[in-house]
Design a protein around this ligand. Structure first.
Ligand SMILES: Nc1ncnc2c1ncn2[C@@H]1O[C@H](COP(=O)(O)OP(=O)(O)O)[C@@H](O)[C@H]1O
Ligand SMILES: [Mg+2]
Length: 162
């Protein structure tokens, strides 16, 4: 498990960017944290790392945004507003995990058994320092077979930004 401090939005974006640039095809990122914690910003960073030219932040009424312009397809899901599992089945959400792309899911617990066993958990927690400035504690915990690329990326991140 890794704990990372993000002092500003650009740092969360950069973390997403370097992970997106190195993640092997098929990697699933399960993003957790309260509203406004930084999940969507991180996903935007992933899209940057995947060199997706026309990334637009997901409108909240869209459950899955597909980006097929990069070298690897990128699917960004925000399932906060899904109330019934049938809605997920109607969209065919499970198919996005079989396309060999990179998937980032906000509110992954709603997926239940649809979330693949191999995934990377990333939790975003809002924190405040003594002066009232907000920062984020980002916790990364990988349920993947080969996490050597992840270790390498996080080592580099820790030694460049912090
Ligand atoms: N260190 C930080 N990392 C990420 N976001 C931050 C940070 N500090 C402040 N913010 C702000 O928090 C908000 C995060 O929004 P967003 O990524 O949409 O959250 P979520 O998708 O988790 O609801 C943005 O307005 C961003 O500018
Ligand atoms: Mg969001």
């Amino acid at each position: 498990m890794w704990k990372i401090t993000s002092h500003a939005p650009v740092e969360t974006l950069e973390l997403g960017r370097i992970l997106g640039a190195s993640a092997p095809a098929g990697t699933v990122f399960a993003l957790r944290g309260d509203l406004g914690a930084g999940k969507t910003l991180f996903a935007k960073g992933l899209a940057m790392g995947l060199e997706i030219p026309d990334y637009v932040s997901s409108p909240t009424f869209t459950i899955v945004n597909e980006y097929l312009e990069g070298e690897i397809p990128f699917y960004h899901m925000d399932i906060y507003r899904v109330n019934h599992e049938e809605e997920l089945l109607e969209i065919g959400v499970e198919e996005y995990f079989q396309e060999g792309g990179i998937v980032a899911v906000e509110w992954p617990d709603i997926l239940g058994g649809i979330l693949p066993k191999e995934h990377i958990n990333i939790n975003f927690a809002k924190e405040y320092d003594e002066e009232g400035n907000e920062w984020r504690e980002i916790t990364i915990d990988a349920a993947i077979d080969d996490s050597s690329w992840l270790e390498e990326v996080l080592y580099t991140y820790a030694h460049t930004i912090h």
